[in-house]
Design a protein around this ligand. Structure first.
Ligand code: GDG
Length: 739
């Protein structure tokens, strides 16, 4: 039976050593809860680092046995590996770059990168030990970016999902990493790549398009001939757990204690791990500003701030902790009174009962990270407000701000805005609090952690099915042979061939894509069979096709069907078309050429094409969208059609399309073999127009109405050569019989 394997840097367990014995306590983190529904079932399991260094073989065996009872499998790491892979690379390169702190905190050291790669390889080995074909592997987070690619190399068909819990930065940041290509290729080993927000998805898609030879169609990227889907899956929490906690006695007791302590004060809470990305100093600055500018709040509000210790043996973190100590000390010494302390600051982690008590009694929760993948504290606060009151102030830089839109959303760099938000929050009438909180509680309940796991796993299944259906539609092996057999068992054939992208590859200069000798020879062989009508059906100008193919026996169709030319005749165009519209559209296109270096206009008899394949990446697409919007109404008034293709925007008479053009030929004869090859949007008209028994072949892996697909022009040529070759061999085979 197939199984699911979860992989993350840390196992969801805490291990402590007491003399010779190891004690395990399962961790209650959100991820562990969410994924509990998976890894605890059947023969599924979770692979990761157990959190402490264990060097002795005997000890390792003990721990392996204890962990296996919890369905966990360890990857043991030495202290040196933790220093280099985890601290040195994951936390000193990927964390700062992905949180936009590269210039201050990123430290690129080759030996740390080598160790990151080696440890990722260790994780891969651990996976391969247990993985079997048909299994599903879900890999988590930035410490393991290379693992999907490493597993893929060994198990090409296995289903791999990857989810990143921290932000994915813009290309401008990611490109700074010296090993960026390898990292990106590693992630692309997955079939489904998930992030918390759509912004992360956009950054990732843009980065992939800039750095790797990928083809993209919306959020589906073809890499290494595999379709990979990139999507946002905002992670949720175990909302029921947080709603149930305030009803427990232990929590109620704590809640009363806190209330007693802050009797006449509005209580503002904040909870973070010690990290520069959390905006703790900026938050203190905003709080101080409030006390400075609005002295009437002295004694009326208090900040209850928990900072959970983290990495404070690293100088930058120790420095941050010192700064926080100083700032809190300063504020308290300036503003405190005998009975009131503005900031109650704790540098320690707290038990969940106190956390829940804080969530449930606070008036305001202040969450102001400078950058955060999601931020679960904000959602836990919302889930804990079982009376629908309380106010959440939330940084727009946290992924959660995309969902919790009823929070007071602030820019954490804007001290005045944060200060004003605190004032609004502490004065907010109860009915407004309730309207906002109810809306947020609904969202937190609906998009909880189980929902997150379910939609990710469902999508992963769907992506695999998509890949499999692509595989069965790929013309190779038995399918290829059956098409070739059908070809030979028929004697009135018509073959439609698109040119650019189908018979020759994509070139940045449209004039460069001229036919090579191999193509001429192939077309000559195909057309020399009297049973074949070979039609070259292209969007190119008729003059251009004449230049290349006038001497051939091909039937030529130019400009998507405006012009036709049979062997040994001259060109004729379809009647009743007008090109008057060009006077209006051309000048508009010229304004886009003036504003977009590298773009140009191609003029055909009944169409105008704006090409932007040489424009700056991203700018071309932006302008094309703008142009599309500009032309929308003008086009329908004038009976024009807008076609947006691969780095082109084409405006043409609506009456012309390749499908109609092909039908005029098909209808003339009783063909018993009809096949069409094409690679882009204009060929879809052709595929759709073909009669039922026809064979349609899409070149490339974008979605298509075609029945089959081939990967590139080389494969098209191979199939066509297959037609002619077996013809030769048939003749050869027949020779002895005939003589
Ligand atoms: C990443 C991303 C993303 C904190 N202090 C105590 C305590 N906590 C718990 C909170 C919450 C969790 O830790 C922290 O949640 P974050 O969302 O800040 O997550 P990170 O660990 O920073 O990690 C983040 C997340 O992954 C999920 O994808 O949201 O953006 O950085 O659950 O309650 N719990 C207890 N005592 C504490 O002192 N009991």
């Amino acid at each position: 039976m197939s199984k699911t394997i979860i992989v993350s840097n840390r196992l969801p367990v805490k291990i402590s050593k007491n003399e010779d014995e190891y004690t395990l306590s399962p961790s209650e983190g959100g991820l562990a809860t969410g994924l509990g529904s998976i890894y605890k079932k059947g023969n599924n399991l979770w692979i990761g680092w157990p959190g402490i260094e264990i060097t002795e073989g005997e000890d390792r065996d003990k721990v392996i046995n204890q962990l296996s009872e919890l369905k966990l499998q360890p990857v043991f790491l030495s202290q040196e590996e933790i220093n280099e892979y985890y601290e040195g690379f994951s936390n000193d390169v990927l964390w700062p770059v992905f949180h936009y702190y590269s210039s201050t905190y990123a430290y690129y050291k080759k030996s740390n990168w080598d160790c990151y790669r080696a440890v990722n390889n260790k994780f891969k080995d651990a996976i391969l030990k247990v993985a079997e074909p048909g299994d599903v592997i879900w890999i988590h987070d930035y410490q393991l970016l290379l693992v999907p690619g490493m597993v893929r190399n060994c198990m090409p068909d296995v289903s791999i999902g990857f989810f990143q819990h921290i932000p994915f930065p813009s290309y401008e940041m990611f490109r700074l990493i010296p090993w960026r290509d390898e990292l990106l290729k590693g992630i692309f080993g997955a079939d489904l790549i998930g992030f918390h927000t759509f912004d992360d998805v956009k950054h990732f898609l843009n980065t992939a398009a800039r750095l790797l030879p990928v083809t993209a169609s919306a959020n589906v990227i073809t890499y290494d001939e595999r379709s990979v889907v990139i999507e946002s899956f905002p992670m949720g929490i175990d909302d029921k757990k947080y709603a149930a906690l305030p009803l427990k006695n232990a929590v109620k007791v704590q809640a009363e204690l806190i209330k007693d302590n802050f009797k006449d004060c509005k209580l503002i809470i904040s909870i973070d791990r010690l990290d520069y990305s959390k905006g703790i100093l900026q938050r203190l600055q905003a709080f101080e500003l409030l006390l400075q500018q609005y002295p009437e709040y002295k004694g009326k509000i208090a900040l209850y701030m928990i900072v959970v210790p983290s990495r404070d043996s690293v100088p930058q973190y120790a420095h941050l902790r010192d700064e926080i100590d100083k700032r809190v000390g300063n504020i308290n010494s300036i503003y405190r009174t005998i009975e009131w302390n503005p900031i109650n600051y704790y540098y320690r982690s707290i038990p969940i009962e106190i956390l829940s008590a804080m969530y449930s009694v606070a008036d305001v929760c202040l969450v102001t990270p400078m950058r955060d993948g999601m931020n679960l504290v904000s959602k836990e606060f919302v889930a804990s407000r079982i009376n629908d009151d309380g106010v959440l102030i939330l940084s727009e830089m946290a992924g959660a701000s995309k969902e919790l839109i009823d929070a007071l959303i602030v820019n954490p760099n804007n001290a005045e805005e944060v200060c004003n938000a605190i004032i609004t929050a502490v004065n907010m009438p109860l009915d407004e609090q309730q309207v906002r909180m109810r809306a947020m509680r609904q969202i937190v309940a609906k998009f909880n952690v189980s929902h997150w796991v379910k939609i990710f796993m469902d999508k992963l299944k769907e992506v695999k099915q998509l890949q499999r259906s692509m595989q069965t539609r790929h013309v190779s092996g038995a399918t290829e042979q059956s098409i070739i057999n059908r070809y030979h068992n028929t004697n009135k054939r018509i073959i439609f061939l698109d040119y650019d992208g189908t018979l020759v590859g994509f070139r940045s200069n449209i004039q460069q894509a001229s036919p090579d000798q191999e193509l001429y020879d192939l077309l000559k062989e195909l057309t020399s069979d009297p049973a074949n009508e070979v039609v070259l059906i292209s969007g190119r100008k008729h003059e251009n096709l004449s230049e290349w193919f006038d001497d051939s026996k091909l039937y030529l169709i130019a400009e998507h069907g405006s012009w036709f030319k049979q062997e040994n005749t001259t060109w004729h165009k379809i009647s009743g078309l007008t090109d008057n519209w060009k006077h209006d559209i051309y000048p508009l296109l010229e304004t886009y050429v003036d504003r977009t270096p590298g773009s140009f206009i191609e003029e055909k008899s009944y169409s105008l094409v704006w090409h932007y394949r040489n424009a700056q990446k991203g700018l071309g697409e932006l302008r094309a969208n703008e142009l599309m919007n500009n032309l929308k109404y003008l086009a329908s008034d004038k009976g024009l059609q807008l076609l947006s293709g691969d780095k082109v925007l084409e405006i043409k008479n609506v009456e012309i399309n390749k499908g109609k053009a092909a039908l005029t030929l098909i209808d003339k004869n009783d063909y018993d073999f009809i096949i069409a090859f094409g690679d882009d949007y204009t060929d879809e008209d052709l595929f759709k127009a073909l009669p039922d028994g026809a064979i349609s072949v899409k070149v490339g892996s974008n979605f298509s109405a075609a029945k089959f697909y081939l990967r590139n022009p080389a494969e098209v040529r191979k199939l066509l050569t297959g037609f002619t070759r077996s013809q030769d061999s048939r003749i050869k085979n027949r020779e002895p019989l005939l003589s």
